[in-house]
Design a protein around this ligand. Sequence first.
Ligand SMILES: [Zn+2]
Length: 190
Amino acid sequence: MYKAETSLVTTSLHFGDMGKTSTIFMKQSSKVYISLSIEAQKALFVDVYHRSTIEACGVLLGTMDEQGNWHVEQAHPLRNIFASPVYFEFAPEDLLMVEMEHPDGIIGVYHSHPTGFANASSTDRENMKRVNKEQCIPWVWCIIRGPFTDASAEGRIALSSIVAYHHFEKEGLQRVPVVLEATSSDKTIS
Ligand SMILES: [Zn+2]
């Protein structure tokens, strides 16, 4: 769940300033992917295991390329003000703080499903549609599926535990393939 209306308006204005990106976004099809840096994978892991009994949540920071792929460099945890195992909501002031620290850097949102529910809930789907389609904010949505009780987990999220979504202009809500970067030097190899 997501209700930070005041901050969403601010975010919308940020993206509205990016005329070129917005145009590309409108053409974007579902043939795009999201990549997660090793740093982001570790941060997600730490967060969902630390908050294993509630929905951990936060924003994804990074860049979108010209094809509309999302490249997540960092995951930034935010408080779930409901501290619920089946619901999350950011405090608007927390989101605003991250926006001020990383202007135009927020490219998506993540939350966990500690109960193990593998897909977007009906509430999730409504939020994805509202933010992506009605508010024209090109965020990608990541859900990390629990349970987070496995002591043998090795410090990173398993690919099978992550699902990503985006509500596309023409195709509606679609799953987005997730790419886990394997080394932190991926981007420097020529
Ligand atoms: Zn959810």
